[in-house]
Design a protein around this ligand. Structure first.
Ligand code: UD1
Ligand code: CA
Length: 473
């Protein structure tokens, strides 16, 4: 038996009120449709087909990297029509030439691009429920079932059919068990049923849900399956539900990190928008955002209000409050911040200290060096055990080109110095405070450029004129 997954994603998503197609809206910064594809990938399916329509070009462009089959549904005539398009069922839909031949024992699983949190374990149970003579249907019982298709059962509690809310009687609307939309069935039978669907209903649509009654008529048992958690089946139709899905997703991410040994001061105040891997005994304070691929070594501490993007942080490094770190490598036992900005292509070796109001860009800083206050270091290499004083600036840009600053091991740069690149400060050199260095500084020597200090004896500070009686306003 092999499995094919069909993901329905052709709907307009009108209630999002957005120029962006609904399924491209992100949860944890990843498009909802990509979440569903990634989950489907875990099921070892032979094919994953995405039925797209509205905003089709944008969807295919943004998600071009996904290894899926794309089926265009030109007109959105209903969920049954969409699945028929994917399966190439005639005459409802034109035959899809890219499709493999159907095997009597193949199973089809139907998913939705706007149900992003569905879990692989739940789906595995839906798939297992679908045998040659049974169909798996994911249902949940809701306090407020409004808007959903209702599951109707007979006196023996067997599922008999689904009625859409708009077609339901008042009595049927009292039913709180609803159709999540997710189902699995034999592809051969599905094709047979879809071929005879009609649209004689309140919405004039070809309802996928109508196949339930057909299955029962054909003696195929409908097996209801419950999800591991009801939150998995949350469908996103508007931005309130999108925010709700985001919170559930973030809760799951936080729980995963805690189970892996991270202490989160408040699991509700951390956001993971990408993939974070953690060592043991990590502590993360509140309002921290991780983006892209982030690796945190053992014993790393991250202070409040910090954003870390695509960065590797070595064991026992400490990121203090209010830092922004992007595309960087931070060495072991280093200490960053508070209020530091580490920009792309920065590599800090072990035991480096970067302090408050320091910006580092495209720079390599070797072991044990310190840049502790109010500095800009860009396009530079900094050797070992260097001390860069407060207010030091590498002048790397002449308005057209960028130039390198090379600082040797054991250099001491006095405060408020400007190093005008391209320039090299030799090993062990000392730069006097307040210097503007425009030529290479030799190793081991003191180099300084400074206007001589003078004092004027008897000089008087100008005094304000005596009050003339006219208000100065
Ligand atoms: C559908 C179910 C309903 C269920 C609900 C769960 C049907 C007839 N009804 O209703 O029983 O309770 O989902 O959320 O199936 N789509 C297409 N092409 C189309 C129509 C829809 O790709 O022609 C896609 C949409 O993009 C969406 C999904 O199918 O992802 C569901 O469509 P929607 O119109 O929202 O169905 P509901 O009325 O919510
Ligand atoms: Ca819907």
């Amino acid at each position: 038996m092999s499995l094919d997954v069909i993901i329905l994603a052709a709907g307009a998503g009108t209630r999002m009120r957005s120029a962006l197609p609904k399924v491209l809206h992100g949860v944890g910064a990843k498009p909802m449709l990509e979440h569903v594809v990634d989950t489907a990938r875990q099921l070892n399916a032979r094919h994953i087909q995405v039925v797209y329509g509205h905003g089709g070009v944008a969807v295919r462009t943004v998600l071009a990297h996904l290894d899926v089959m794309w089926t265009e549904q030109g007109q959105q005539l209903g969920t049954g029509h969409a699945v028929a398009a994917a399966l190439g069922v005639s005459p409802l839909a034109p035959l899809n030439p890219g499709l493999p031949p159907v095997n009597a024992h193949d199973t089809v699983l139907v998913l939705y691009g706007d149900v992003p949190l569905i879990g692989a374990e739940t789906l595995q149970r839906v798939i297992s429920a679908a045998q040659d003579n049974s169909l798996g249907l994911l249902t949940v019982v809701l306090d407020n079932p409004r808007g959903y298709g209702r599951i109707l059962r007979d006196a023996h509690n067997n599922v008999t059919r689904i009625v859409e809310e708009k077609d339901a009687t008042d009595e049927q609307r009292q039913v709180r068990e609803i159709n999540t939309g997710i189902l699995a069935a034999s592809s051969e039978k599905l094709q047979k049923w879809l071929a005879v669907l009609d649209n004689n209903n309140a919405q004039g649509e070809y309802y996928l849900t109508d196949i339930i009654a057909m299955a029962v008529r054909d003696g195929v048992k409908v097996v209801p399956v419950e999800p591991d958690s009801i939150t998995e089946t949350l469908g996103v139709n508007n931005r309130m539900q999108l925010a709700e899905a985001e919170r559930y997703y973030q809760r799951t991410q936080a729980e995963r990190l805690m189970l892996q040994g991270a202490t989160l001061r408040d699991p509700a105040r951390i956001d993971v928008r990408g993939e974070v891997s953690v060592g043991t005994d990590i502590t993360v304070d509140v309002n921290v955002i991780f983006e892209g691929k982030v690796v945190l070594g053992n014993g790393v501490r991250v202070g409040a209000n910090t954003v870390i993007r695509n960065t590797i942080i070595g064991d026992h490094a400490e990121i203090l409050e209010n830092c922004v770190i992007e595309d960087a490598v931070i060495g072991r036992h280093s200490r960053i911040g508070p209020f530091a900005r580490i920009r792309p292509e920065t590599v800090l070796a072990d035991n480096v200290h970067i302090g408050n109001f320091v910006e580092i860009k495209k720079t390599r800083v070797d072991q044990g060096s310190k840049i502790n206050h109010l500095s800009y270091v860009g396009d530079a290499t900094v050797g070992r055990n260097v001390n860069i004083g407060a207010g030091t600036i590498t002048c790397n840009y002449d308005g057209a080109n960028k130039y390198q600053t090379v600082i040797g091991d054991n250099v001491f740069v006095g405060s408020d110095s400007q190093l005008v690149a391209p320039v090299t400060i030799g090993e062990g050199a000392t730069i006097g405070a307040g210097s503007t260095i425009t030529r290479n500084a030799p190793p081991g020597e003191l180099t300084l450029s400074r206007t001589p200090q003078q004092s004027k004896a008897g000089w008087k500070r100008p005094a304000k004129k005596k009050d003339s009686g006219i208000s100065s306003g």
